[in-house]
Each structure stands twice: as C-alpha cells, then as structure tokens.
Design a protein around this ligand. Structure first.
Ligand SMILES: [Zn+2]
Length: 69
C-alpha cells in the first residue's frame, strides 16, 4: 500500500464533489473514485508530485487504525 506519510509531512485537502471531474484510483483499496465523489487529496509537502486521491472512508479508517496501535 502506498503510504504518503513515508514522505514526511503531508497536506490533506478535501476535494468537493463538484471539483471531482475525473476518475481517480485510491491507493488504499485500488478502486475507482468516480467523478462527483467528494474525497481527500493527500499531498506530501516535500514531494507534491506524489499526491494521491483517497476515499474518505479509506483515509479516515487508516488514521483510526494507526491511532489504535
Ligand atoms: Zn479507497
């Protein structure tokens, strides 16, 4: 699984449904994020080219799991 925090500090932005005009692939579950779906954009501060689009549930669930360890 792609872990953006491996690159250091990340900036997380919310992409509104009306802004999502393309299909993206979520690196957590490798499924499509269809156009019109609000989701997170995760951008490593030092490597902005490596930004990834995550389902809301995937990103939020990942954080919860991490906190539980
Ligand atoms: Zn996902």
């Amino acid at each position: 699984m792609d872990d953006p925090e491996a690159y250091g500090e990340v900036e997380v932005r919310f992409m509104q449904p009306y802004q999502a005009v393309k299909t993206y692939i979520c690196p957590n579950c490798n499924r499509d994020i269809p156009p019109g779906t609000g989701h997170w954009v995760v951008v490593p501060v030092d490597e902005p080219d490596l930004r990834r689009h995550w389902h809301r549930g995937c990103w939020d669930g990942r954080k919860t799991r991490k906190r539980g360890r």
